[in-house]
Design a protein around this ligand. Structure first.
Ligand SMILES: NC(=O)C1=CN([C@@H]2O[C@H](COP(=O)(O)OP(=O)(O)OC[C@H]3O[C@@H](n4cnc5c(N)ncnc54)[C@H](OP(=O)(O)O)[C@@H]3O)[C@@H](O)[C@H]2O)C=CC1
Ligand SMILES: O=C(O)[C@@H]1CCC=N1
Length: 292
């Protein structure tokens, strides 16, 4: 096994430190407090954002959001006339709802407001047309491990976004994990196909591995425990080891052994490489379809 090749950074190494002059915003409105909006909120509160500076707009908030809002003093669905244009307006609804909500939100996107959208597919240009009051728009694509502060988020900004606003976006998104700034917006749909949707592929692999175990004769509950522990253990090793994924794979694979037999199937013509390439391309394509 090759050792000491520092080809992979640990997760803690790729966490981008917010710029020293960056500050949490003085006012923030979160539109949509579902799975991802809720995860981001959790990260902001852990990062020290003052809850009384946060307002949530969500017509059907979960019991958890209602409880957190009540406990922490977060404004939840105040009368629209009581909400002023915030320093940061975060959009975290499904992309299909953007057209419906944009007219009501336009008044909240005033000059000086930073709009931070996590909507899959929705372009900076599209957001700018729907929220013409501000030129400061950031498009981000987080992923579900954000809910434990272990996400990775791709970000791109419209040209009207100031350095201070970019720094604010970095601070807010750092609460969800690592942050990767992109210069080229066209890359974000591909990034969505890799890291935005990617956690689902891994969970699906766990399901498939557990089902394969049952097909090979294992009791279902045991097979599920084995599959889950194998993926979480492999993920933790990948995080902590200096070795690359390929080197770790080689470390499992004895010449002429069982893993080599399995990998011959997985690396075949209809194996995992071509299938994952097709899956990422499909996600990227779908992001493009959601852009309009
Ligand atoms: N889930 C993920 O892993 C990721 C999601 N995203 C993006 O995050 C966004 C949200 O996705 P996700 O959190 O999964 O979806 P959810 O459905 O969990 O969250 C969306 C929330 O918005 C609420 N909502 C619906 N209509 C309105 C409205 N008019 N005003 C305010 N809130 C409203 C929904 O309420 P109700 O449930 O009642 O409809 C729900 O609570 C999407 O744009 C998605 O592309 C990005 C990266 C990863
Ligand atoms: O499935 C979706 O469209 C969203 C974007 C990335 C993850 N979930």
């Amino acid at each position: 096994m090759t050792t000491g090749v520092q080809t992979v950074q640990r997760f803690s190494d790729i966490l981008e430190s917010p710029p020293p002059d960056a500050a949490l915003p003085l006012s923030l409105v979160l539109v949509g407090a579902g799975k991802m909006g809720g995860a981001l909120l959790d990260g902001w509160l852990k990062s020290g954002l003052d809850p009384v500076r946060v307002t949530i707009i969500d017509p059907h908030p979960s019991a958890d959001i209602v409880r957190i809002a009540a406990e922490r003093g977060i404004g939840l669905n105040p009368a629209s006339g009581d909400i002023g244009a915030p320093e940061v307006l975060v959009l975290a609804v499904k992309p299909q709802f953007l057209d419906e909500i944009a007219p009501d939100l336009a008044r909240l996107a005033a000059p000086g407001t930073l709009v931070l959208s996590i909507l899959a597919g929705k372009t900076l240009d599209n957001l700018s047309q729907r929220l013409p009051g501000t030129r400061a728009i950031v498009r981000a694509m987080p992923n579900l491990p954000a809910s434990i502060g272990r996400g990775i988020t791709g970000v791109v900004a419209a040209s009207g976004t100031s350095e201070a606003q970019r720094a604010t976006a970095t601070v807010l998104l750092s609460g969800a994990g690592a942050v990767e700034w992109l210069d080229d917006e066209s890359l974000i749909d591909a990034l969505t196909g890799v890291s935005g949707s990617g956690p689902a592929y891994v969970f699906y692999l766990v399901e498939a591995l557990a089902e394969a175990g049952v097909a090979a004769g294992l009791p279902a509950a045991l097979s599920q425990r084995l599959a889950r522990a194998t993926v979480t253990g492999a993920g933790a090793l990948l995080d902590q080891s200096p070795l690359s994924a390929a080197e770790l794979r080689e470390a499992v694979t004895s010449k002429g052994g069982t893993t080599a037999a399995a990998l011959a199937v997985l690396s075949g013509e209809n194996g995992i490489g071509p299938i994952v390439t097709q899956a990422v391309a499909a996600a990227r394509r779908r992001a493009g379809e959601l852009s309009g």
